[in-house]
Design a protein around this ligand. Structure first.
Ligand code: MG
Length: 167
């Protein structure tokens, strides 16, 4: 299943490395020695979750169906124009952002206001309908970033405990 998801994302112009770049930008100020490979690994871990996979399949399908004219009006126009009050795209993606707790929620809010990298590209590509995809990418990046934040905190706590035991 994960392979299908990666394929679908690539078909829509999203490479995992581009998502890892967003994770790096989000997490770098808080984690010293952070590498792009760590970010990429975290993105992979997020994509292994079945609930994430289902959410991605749903959102990507809605973008594609809208693009092909298979969604009825008025919904089709609402999705196509990325109507600000629609909000279903964000709600769907938030389910991904929150899989590692509320830290992901904060990043998601930030990315929603400051689209950069691949998100900005998706947002400004008007040949395609990416209403769901840009938020889904933000969801994956936020979750992967939250995962790293938790991991780094656990490492720090383990190290502090170790130091305490030695002294
Ligand atoms: Mg959107």
């Amino acid at each position: 299943m994960k392979d299908i998801i990666i394929e679908r994302l690539e078909e829509r112009g999203v490479k995992l490395k581009a998502v890892a770049d967003i994770v790096y930008t989000l997490q770098k100020p808080y984690s010293e020695n952070l590498s792009i490979d760590e970010c990429l690994e975290s993105v992979h871990k997020v994509l292994e979750k079945r609930e994430v996979q289902y959410t991605l399949l749903t959102g990507i399908a809605l973008d594609k169906l809208t693009e092909k004219g298979h969604i009825e009006e008025p919904l089709s126009s609402i999705i196509k124009s990325d109507e600000p009050l629609y909000g279903v795209d964000e709600s769907l993606a938030l389910a991904i952002a929150n899989i590692y707790g509320t830290i992901g929620f904060t990043s998601f809010g930030y990315l929603d206001k400051n689209k950069f990298g691949i998100m900005e590209k998706l947002d400004t590509n008007h040949d395609k309908v990416n209403t769901f995809l840009d938020d889904l990418v933000a969801g994956i990046a936020s979750a992967a970033s939250a995962r790293i934040a938790h991991q780094k905190r656990n490492e720090k706590e383990a190290k502090m405990k170790e130091e305490k035991e030695v002294s």
